[in-house]
Ligand binder design. Structure first.
Ligand code: FAD
Length: 505
């Protein structure tokens, strides 16, 4: 692998190179998880690649997810066995091979209070057992993801100390994968692609594209480059309809609340609370970095123009608090909410009644002009989406290349669990940077490896590393994507000065 560092100098140099020779095998538009995945697949097959992103890596939906690497149990419940199996296979690839540093095995507990009937508890137990079968069918061992089981009331409270003990008759525990952070997965994908020679160009917008190329505009300078490509892949997520004629999306908004770990008394599992009257629908609380807990998730139709950053509706905040409070000894209030974040699912409009009914199966659509659009799917299945989209482009264009390698290709920082355990750096850094954690420490002395302010564990060294190696170009890149300090507006305000200093070098 060549140089995986992304930074302002490399970006300028590569734009100049592209201007001088604007022909490329594969042009990928949009650097969310899907586009970054396509760029890595194509570059690692030996193709020349440009990844053009209007804003920043993970600017869109990919940073607003629940950060879960799903086994697809939910799809199994609705009889979609194919998608469920695909998700479970991709989960195994991420957790064992491609990103073991970023994805951890994660227990999730459903507390059994009187509001959960014996029948619903039994059906849920059957669902979790089906999840175990799915894991086995995907060849993921119980050493990686333990079997589901019933647990005692005491064990529920040990994992989730603020759960109401009154009437608690135990809990059901299942295991899935949890990402340290979704935006970090995108950055790792883009950098690994860059290591195979892909030109990763942020602040580079495409206004129109065909199957033969597109005009790229550097939004920092206004310079435009007319790029010709053998394959053009539109991976712009919820914005895909702006480039692909005739494609209609039906975005669905999902909202999370950001709460402090203190309010949950030190939650060590996912706390999954059934929504009364809707069997199979849950609100969950997920422990997150920086002593936070994310409480999600809603599924709301979001018609109209696509905003850059979707906002939570007041009714969503109320719904999430009311539902999670059903399981807690003392309820959370709006005072406990440090921030909210909302993302739009890029669902294809299939005319279904509600957005929850629309299939999450991804689609690869080739337009009349040859532009290939890949849309839908999940963060978990990005690799398969990328492979399917690229295979379609290769078949159409006849461009010669090697086979897909991404099922076994470690992302930058990845290594076996034993190797990760031997990295001489704090565990927090190893979960974010893998084997590169020691490089982050080496950015400077102890003063650079201290938290930048009281509101976060993020250090000055991490900010400098993001500027030098992870393509961060401004304060928002640093605070809202390379780190997630910005998920709490109050914490963000205290961190701006440190981000400005890091950008100044
Ligand atoms: C609330 C929520 C929770 C979710 N939770 C999970 C989960 O826990 N697990 C899971 O597996 N999946 C989850 N998903 C699904 C998952 O997040 C998405 O399927 C996935 O992130 C979509 O990625 P994408 O790359 O296709 O789109 P995006 O991430 O939106 O990327 C598109 C990119 O294209 C860029 N772009 C747009 N127009 C242009 C243009 N003209 N020129 C250049 N660039 C352009 C944008 O700036 C953006 O960066 C969740 C989704 C939501 C909404």
């Amino acid at each position: 692998m060549k140089n995986t560092s992304l930074n302002a100098d490399r970006r300028t140099r590569e734009l100049d190179e592209l201007d001088a020779d604007p022909r490329v095998d594969v042009l990928v538009i949009g650097a969310g998880v899907t586009g970054a995945g396509v760029a890595l697949d194509a570059a690692s097959r030996g193709l020349s690649v440009v990844l053009a992103e209007k804003r920043d890596l993970a600017f869109g939906t990919s940073r607003w997810s629940s950060k879960l690497v799903h086994g697809g149990l939910r799809y199994l419940a609705s009889g979609q066995v194919g998608i469920a199996h695909e998700s479970a296979v991709e989960r195994g690839i991420l957790i064992n091979r491609t990103a073991p540093h970023l994805v951890r095995a994660f227990p999730q507990v459903i507390p059994l209070h009187p509001s959960v009937s014996a029948k619903d508890a039994a059906l849920t137990r059957v669902g979790l057992l089906a999840g175990d079968l799915l894991r086995m069918a995907a060849h993921t061992s119980s050493a990686t993801l333990p079997r589901s089981r019933r647990i005692s009331p005491a064990e529920v409270v040990r994992h989730a100390p603020t759960v109401r003990a009154a009437g608690l008759r135990g809990g059901l525990m299942g295991w899935d994968g949890q990402l340290n952070d979704d935006a970090r997965l995108v950055v790792a994908l883009a950098r690994t692609a860059a290591g195979f020679g892909a030109k990763v160009l942020t602040r580079t917008e495409v206004k129109q594209a065909t199957g033969a190329g597109a005009v790229l505009t550097d939004t920092l300078t206004g310079r435009s480059i007319d790029v010709g490509a053998r394959v053009v892949i539109n991976a712009t997520g919820v914005w895909a309809g702006e480039l692909a004629t005739g494609l209609t999306l039906r975005p669905s908004r999902g909202t999370h609340l950001v709460v402090s770990q203190e309010a949950f008394g030190g939650l060590s599992c996912g706390l999954t609370v059934p929504v009364p009257g809707h069997f199979g629908r849950y609100v969950f609380a997920l422990p997150a970095p920086d002593d936070r807990v994310y409480v999600g998730l809603t599924d709301e139709d979001a018609p109209g123009p696509v905003p850059d950053e979707p906002r939570a509706a007041e009714s969503e905040i109320d719904f999430l608090l009311e539902t999670i409070n059903l399981a807690l000894a003392s309820g959370l209030t709006r005072h406990d909410v440090l921030g909210t974040f909302s993302g739009l699912r890029p669902l294809l409009d299939t005319g279904s009644g509600t957005t929850a009914d629309i299939s999450r199966k991804h689609q690869v659509i080739t337009g009349a002009d040859g532009l290939i659009t890949v849309v839908g799917g999940k963060l978990t299945t990005y690799r398969r989406m990328a492979q399917d989209a690229l295979d379609a482009g290769i078949a159409r264009s006849g461009v010669a290349c090697g086979p897909c390698r991404t099922t076994t290709l470690p992302l930058v920082g990845a290594a076996s669990r034993a190797q990760l355990g031997a990295v001489r750096a704090p565990g927090r850094l190893v979960h974010r940077y893998g084997t590169e954690a020691s490089n982050v420490l080496a950015v400077g002395g102890p003063e650079l490896n201290r938290p930048i302010c009281g509101a976060t564990e993020v250090t000055t060294a991490e900010l400098l590393f993001a500027v030098r190696h992870e393509g961060a170009l401004d304060v928002a890149d640093l605070l809202d994507r390379r780190t997630r300090i910005g998920l709490s507006p109050e914490a963000r305000a205290t961190a701006v000065a440190a981000a400005e200093a890091a950008l100044a070098g």
